[in-house]
Design a protein around this ligand. Sequence first.
Ligand SMILES: NC(=O)c1ccc[n+]([C@@H]2O[C@H](COP(=O)([O-])OP(=O)(O)OC[C@H]3O[C@@H](n4cnc5c(N)ncnc54)[C@H](O)[C@@H]3O)[C@@H](O)[C@H]2O)c1
Length: 380
Amino acid sequence: MKPLRIGLIGYGFMGRTHSNAYRKVNNFFQLEHQCVLQAVCARDAAKVKAFAENWGYQSIETDWRKLIAREDIDAIDICTPNNSHAEIAIAAAKAGKMILCEKPLSMNGPEGRKMVAAVEKAKVPNIVWYNYRRVPAVTLAKQLIDEGRLGRIFHYRAKFLQDWTISPELPQGGAGLWRLDAKAAGSGVTGDLLAHCIDTAIWLNGGFEKVNAMTETFIKERKHTLTGKVEKVGIDDACAFLARFQNGSLATFESTRYARGHKALYTFEINGENASIFWDLHDLHRLQYFDYRDQSIVRGWRNIHVSDGDQPYMKHWWVPGLQIGYEHSFVHQVADFLKGLETGQPAGPTFREALETQFVCDAVLKSAKSQKWEKVAKAR
Ligand SMILES: NC(=O)c1ccc[n+]([C@@H]2O[C@H](COP(=O)([O-])OP(=O)(O)OC[C@H]3O[C@@H](n4cnc5c(N)ncnc54)[C@H](O)[C@@H]3O)[C@@H](O)[C@H]2O)c1
């Protein structure tokens, strides 16, 4: 097997999900490449050393530039806050490294375009971690749509609800709270949560044409962890938008961190002329499906337990009836990326594909300001 020597940057939430995926993927998938946990990088030497020991990384770095300069690294995995993705990815591309970058690709579309140009100029394999595509039930939804089972699609409806920023005492910025700081995150729920909904929607339902959005920042000022001062909050706490897709369907999207009682309620529903689909992250191994062509006396919503060997990814895991979970979507992403290296058919979303999501986010934020419909710029 060919070694694929990983250099991971950032050991937070995503650093853990990705490390877990690299460790497991070769146990469950037959691949030409073997993932090697070559090095992990973060700024705090003691913490990064402890992380390396826990996950089995062979070495550590405290400066990502040194990691990128190393000749014994094949792929750079970017698991740092959004404002560092572009600088790291462009440097990694120049050094000829493959890049696996966390979402959102960039702070905004123009920055994302530079990243796309860099990876395409360097001809390095690249992918963005929109992992929900690889939850088997979501992949099955894609299969059903591509088979034409839904027919013409009329409606797409998605939401991603959380409730963790309601307290005005919660500071902004710094470790764990960079998502509340617009300088680190770029935007609030739009780039953080709706970006997932938008990526899935583009994958399942095609490109966006235009959007009409409203956003709100409920808590206007918060203490900044790094400066100690009370500062203006620049992120959107909540966002809802209408959209028209290029295929003529109408859509609604909503996200907030102020929906008391919800931790990560990502759901989508798609209504076509023949059939409908519904998926809920809290019940992620199930896909709900209604087919009007069923005989009327048994017609109704089917609750498909996606665990059978002929359903996406499942033959690699346990026996039918036993489900898998959130972390497996990351294992699948690594498996598909490695398959893409073997076949020459890159797994998506590539940087260029993920740029489409960035342009939708830009149009959403622009519309929230202009209070008008805004066209989505073309990424291709
Ligand atoms: N795919 C998903 O579902 C998903 C989920 C959560 C987060 N994310 C994305 O992953 C990225 C990281 O989010 P997270 O939740 O893991 O954040 P986190 O705060 O848990 O971890 C961020 C890590 O980056 C490190 N870091 C920050 N600046 C650095 C620098 N200059 N050099 C080296 N290390 C640095 C921090 O020390 C920390 O280890 C973000 O872009 C986020 O949007 C994606």
